[in-house]
Design a protein. Structure first.
Length: 226
């Protein structure tokens, strides 16, 4: 256990809520959740800081509590990304791209016979409307299939080299896995008796009177007060 000092800002949604110094709050620091009664003080330069009797409505302030220290790595949760909620629209289309490649077999200026991209005539006919391109910047299309072994005649906008590769992009819409798992219950910190540390707070103060403070899991965390 040690003395932890947090730099906080009051959340705009709680601008009308008056919170006194030493009021019981619930802190969410990374994967650890605990209840404590913080002292509010000014966040200024120096070695001594003035006590704030109430949580300031604007600006940064410091909250001081007794809490356990956790040294990384803890083999627990690790912060890997941060951001915002973009929207809640199911109309976003996510496409997976697959690139098919072929090799010019015979080249005559802008016309080439390509092999190893397809291996039967039916596939060539199916993908005939799609555009072809090369690493050298040439653009082309499938003119017709040749035989039944997957050869096809292609036409490009510029003369083609034998060392070039012929490519075709295929796209498929993909969806996320339906594997939502609510892990909120696993984030609740329990004491030595196996009880949640917030149960006693809820019983004494009532659930509606308990405020919550959220932090990220890194040492230089961003903090949000609800």
């Amino acid at each position: 256990m040690s003395v932890l000092n947090f730099v906080l800002q009051k959340h705009p949604s709680s601008s009308n809520t008056i919170i006194k110094s030493k009021d019981k709050l619930i802190f969410q620091v990374g994967c650890r959740r605990f209840a404590a009664s913080p002292l509010f003080s000014q966040h200024t330069n120096g070695q001594k800081f003035k006590l704030e009797r109430f949580m300031p409505l604007q600006g940064a302030f410091c909250a001081t509590v007794f809490a356990p220290i956790t040294y990384p790595p803890t083999n627990s949760l690790e912060l890997v990304a941060f951001g915002i909620v973009l929207n809640t629209s199911p109309d976003r289309i996510v496409l997976k791209r697959v690139v098919l490649s072929g090799h010019p077999y015979k080249v005559n200026k802008r016309t080439a016979v390509v092999r190893y991209m397809f291996y039967n005539r039916e596939d060539i006919e199916w993908f005939k409307p799609l555009e072809l391109y090369t690493h050298g910047g040439r653009r082309g299309r499938i003119k017709q299939p040749l035989g039944i072994q997957g050869l096809m005649k292609c036409v490009f906008d510029q003369p083609l080299s034998v060392q070039d590769s012929v490519l075709m992009n295929l796209y498929k819409r993909v969806f996320p896995n339906w594997d939502y798992d609510d892990r909120l219950a696993q984030l609740n910190t329990t004491n030595s008796d196996g009880k949640n540390c917030c149960d006693g707070v809820n019983e004494k103060l009532g659930k509606s009177n308990v405020k919550t403070v959220h932090f990220s899991s890194n040492a230089d965390e961003e903090m949000i007060v609800e």
